[in-house]
Design a protein around this ligand. Structure first.
Ligand SMILES: [Zn+2]
Length: 474
């Protein structure tokens, strides 16, 4: 790839030792950043003009069920109960391997287009081995940096359902042993090197609906045998009682810094402390949590305990893949909750309780750390991979931006449509507002083809969200 120079940008490195540069250059050699600073004086590199643009580290979206991307927006007015009815009981089992491919491919492209260079994919619809393989191929073809989160969730025998909406045979992954064996097989076949853009993560079953506690132990042990990060939905549900996933893991001595919990909204104080003590982290998905009845985002609570929160989109079958929205939602709900003690004393706060710089860190370096890649990406630090995003301030909504506060501008003013240029590992995947080497019409046809199949099947089986609603076990 050679040498690439981003010249004259407003550079927000998020590296506390480096600081920011009102006008700085970023020199990239092959896949890595080699220098950052004002006027590097490089003359032998391909140049990207950064003037009028803000350079930031690529966003890390630490929770995305990428496979659902082709039906974007269908959950717009749903709670999580309807989400479970639609996706996990009704539609998921009918997905074909090619639908998994298209969802992950188009979903990862959507992420890159929005400046997300790292995705923690949570692939909990591995109906057969081919579903898993195709989902992985989709991420790789898109060129995003990712954790491919292979889930142990049994798709066709679902613990959420009082009765599944229909029965299908699954001879390929009939039982728990076969799922554990497949993870090992995939690790050997596809992840023998950790150098690639995509690394393996393991997604244990949600503990409350796991077949047995023994299964849970086997799944956590398998992740550690495979040296894979772990991500798991936890403490996000009230089903007649509060889920105590973290407490159970703590009692069994299964907590560790390799766990990226998701939501954790209803965690008790001792559970949050256990997460902090273990060095684990939490992905907060403010948009789905606030919409779908999954509790209040716990960003501020985590910070109080010294846990570095990251941010997840969760599902583009509901909201956009735009991390700007997630930053603002998490920031403002955190500020709002932080004001409560003042209101209780009939007073008003002097200062905001959370800053825009913190929000940008949640969406970048904290996400990289949560994915186990804090040394690889997440800041614009020489030696790290060149995952860089340029926010183009020549767009109408950014004209007049406050040049003394690029962070405030990115967090409070910008949106995904302002993402001009994106590099992943030094490779330019988006330039001057257009994805490189990707034809949007081809991707549209792939997405519409897959969505057409799924919607067609749904049309013959009671719709996307069958009525009357499928009875849940809670
Ligand atoms: Zn989720």
């Amino acid at each position: 790839m050679g040498r690439l120079l981003i010249e004259g940008a407003s550079v927000v490195t998020l590296d506390p030792k480096l600081g920011d540069f009102a006008e700085g250059d970023i020199l990239i050699e092959d896949d890595a950043i080699v220098a950052v600073g004002p006027d590097l004086g490089v003359t032998d590199a391909e140049v990207i003009d950064g003037r009028g643009q803000i350079a930031i580290p690529g966003f890390a979206n630490t929770h995305l069920h990428t496979w659902q991307h082709s039906l974007r927006g269908v959950c717009a007015d749903w709670t999580v109960k309807d989400y479970v009815r639609c996706w996990r009981i009704h539609l998921g089992p009918m997905y074909r391997p090619e639908d998994m491919y298209v969802g992950n491919y188009a979903g990862a492209l959507d992420a890159l287009n929005a400046g997300v260079t790292l995705v923690v994919d949570y692939c909990h619809n591995v109906v057969t081995r081919d579903h898993g393989r195709e989902a992985l191929r989709g991420l790789r073809d898109a060129g995003v940096r990712a954790l491919f989160g292979l889930a142990y969730t049994p798709v066709l025998d679902h613990g959420f359902a009082a009765a599944p909406s229909f029965e299908v045979e699954n001879p390929d992954l009939p039982d728990h042993d076969s799922r554990v064996a497949f993870a090992k097989q995939l690790a050997g076949e596809e992840f023998s090197s950790k150098d690639g853009l995509v690394t393996l993560a393991i997604i244990p079953q949600e503990i409350e609906i796991a077949r047995s506690w023994d299964d849970v132990v086997v799944e956590f042990n398998s992740a550690r045998d495979l040296d894979a990060q772990i991500s798991i939905h936890a403490n996000q549900s009230l089903t007649g009682h509060r889920w105590e996933d973290v407490r159970k893991l703590h009692k069994a001595d299964l907590l560790g810094p390799d766990i990226l919990f998701v939501h954790a909204t209803f965690s008790a104080a001792d559970e949050l402390k256990a997460i902090a003590d273990a060095g684990a982290s939490v992905s907060v998905a403010p948009e789905t949590e606030m919409q779908m009845g999954m509790g209040f985002p716990i960003t501020a609570k985590l910070i109080e305990l010294g846990v570095a929160p990251s941010l997840g989109v969760d599902i583009t079958s509901n909201g956009s893949g735009d991390m700007f929205a997630q930053m603002r939602l998490a920031l403002q709900v955190g500020r709002m909750l932080g004001d409560q003690p003042y209101y209780e004393r009939n007073t008003m706060p002097e200062d905001v309780s959370l800053t825009t710089r913190q929000a940008l860190e949640w969406a970048t370096i904290n996400g990289a750390k949560g994915a186990g890649l804090g040394d690889v990406t997440g800041t614009l630090t020489p030696g790290k991979q060149a995952d860089v995003v340029l926010i183009d301030c020549n767009h109408f909504n950014l004209i007049g931006w406050d040049k003394s506060d690029p962070v405030g501008t990115v967090v409070m003013q910008a949106n995904a449509g302002n993402v001009g240029t994106v590099t992943v590992g030094g490779k330019v995947v988006k330039r001057d507002g257009a994805m490189v080497g990707v034809d949007p019409k081809t991707v549209r046809d792939q997405v519409e083809g897959s969505a057409g199949y799924v919607r067609g099947w749904a049309g013959e089986h009671g719709g996307i969200l069958p009525q009357p609603r499928i009875e849940l076990g809670f």
